[in-house]
Design a binder for this molecule. Structure first.
Ligand code: AOS
Ligand code: ZN
Ligand code: ZN
Ligand code: ZN
Length: 424
């Protein structure tokens, strides 16, 4: 299914008067309204193919209806999200959950929906049918060279799929680690990982990047071979300029100052991008902004400051992506909420009075520095986000319009109630 543009325009029309009033009030707090709106209009966040179905936990999985059954249907769903918010113009595929057997056809469907392909993700954390060696004890870090070679070959194959679709980055997340003290020689595991990544790196096309994700624990509970940003950064530095560190918000121990990590990685030109999500305890993969929106704002504050300092393009110089997979919500609604939360945090960060903040920092005026940040954070920027969406042909209220247009009901009619999307 595709959403008729007129239906979105009709829904907007019903809310227009109220929106304009709210925008006029919000605009009073914004110095350069047009610049902010322009930045918001060009900002896009990639949708992961695995978030379009209801996720499960090891205790069970409760599929929703009308989930995408094929890669084509996943593209369709991202097309629906993009039609509503005009900020989700790409999809990130996970191989082998989504094998684009017929790349030209998949590519042309994407183009038709206004989409392109973001980073491709390899998977060496599960064994696939017919696979010669098992990843039970890891992949790129494995003690056995044959296993490492198999995992390297898989990553190179993923690059090949990505090339056919026009992707420009390979995203590597390893579950490699150990469950018990003594299981692993940390140094050898790290060196094996580096060597394996070097082989993958040398297969990267010139205009490609490799993003190295880190995670402190799970599924291994004693050690993870790429456990934190320092280890990822070390690998990325040794690999070379095409390698950088991917920050998944859920992959930090409680209390970690993620905004500081982001700032330092940006300074070093080693921040690949994000997997956005939110969490209360660990890698919960909850909807972005649902638990700790202030942290998200502080991260965006560092991003805007750091990217401006390096003359980077906010929209294109960082890989913006969601990595969430919730088990009880409607996945499309969840993703719409996530993108809204990201745009809200970004808009708030754009409102921070940078000059005043700099001066407060220079004067060690701690109280004023906090006032400046919170003035931006506590501004209701939703009318700005809505206006940017309106101007690009999206819905003023993407989630509300998704419901008003009965999108899920239509998908259930089309695909059935008992559908299970491939993925987690
Ligand atoms: C896993 O915890 C990571 O966040 C990865 O990014 C992973 O590839 C993704 O969640 C899909 O499994
Ligand atoms: Zn992730
Ligand atoms: Zn994760
Ligand atoms: Zn996560």
């Amino acid at each position: 299914m595709q959403i008729n543009k007129n239906l979105i325009a009709d829904a907007n029309q019903q809310q227009l008067k109220k929106h304009q009033n709210k925008l006029a009030i919000a605009a009073e707090d914004v110095n350069d309204l047009e610049t902010v709106l322009q930045k918001l209009s060009t900002f896009n966040v990639a949708i992961p193919s695995w978030a379009l179905g209801t996720g499960g936990t090891r205790f069970g999985r409760f599929s929703g209806g009308g989930e995408p059954r094929t890669l084509e249907e996943k593209l369709e769903d991202v097309g629906l999200i993009h039609a509503l918010n005009r900020s989700s113009n790409s999809i990130s595929l996970h191989i082998p959950w989504d094998i684009p057997d017929n790349a030209p056809a998949i590519k042309s469907l994407a183009t038709q929906l206004g989409l392109h392909f973001d980073a491709v993700n390899s998977n060496t954390f599960q064994d696939q049918a017919g696979q010669k060696h098992s990843y039970k004890f890891g992949s790129l870090h494995h003690v056995d060279k044959a296993v490492r070679e198999q995992a390297v070959a898989h990553n190179i194959e993923v690059i090949k799929y990505g090339k056919d679709l026009g992707s420009k980055a390979l995203s590597v997340w390893l579950s490699d680690g150990s469950n018990f003290p003594g299981q692993l020689n940390f140094r050898e595991a790290f060196q094996n990982t580096l060597e394996s990544l070097q082989s993958i790196y040398s297969a990267l096309p010139d205009d490609w990047k490799v993003w190295v994700e880190y995670k402190p624990y799970e599924p291994n509970f004693y050690s993870t071979t790429i456990a934190d940003w320092g280890q990822s950064y070390l690998l990325a530095s040794k690999l070379g300029p095409k390698a950088s560190t991917l920050v998944d918000l859920g992959h930090h121990l409680q209390g970690t100052n993620i905004e500081q990590i982001v700032s330092i990685l940006l300074m070093e030109g080693k921040l690949a991008g994000f997997h956005f999500n939110d969490s209360k305890y660990g890698d919960d993969d909850l909807t972005v902004g649902s638990v700790n929106p202030y942290q998200l704002f502080l991260i965006f504050n560092e991003l805007v400051e750091g990217m401006d300092a390096r003359n980077m393009n906010h929209a294109t110089d960082i890989g913006w992506m969601i990595d969430a997979s919730h088990n009880i919500k409607d996945p499309i609604e969840d993703l719409l909420q996530s993108v809204q939360a990201i745009k809200i945090a970004y808009a708030q960060a754009l409102l921070v009075d940078k000059k005043a903040l700099k001066a407060a920092q220079q004067n060690n005026d701690v109280g004023l520095a906090q006032e400046i940040l919170q003035q931006a954070y506590r501004t209701d920027v939703r009318p700005l986000v809505a206006e940017a969406s309106l101007r690009t042909g999206g819905a003023l209220d993407p989630v509300g319009t998704f419901r008003q247009l009965n999108v899920r009901e239509n998908l259930i009619k089309e695909r059935g109630l008992n559908t299970v999307a491939t993925g987690l």
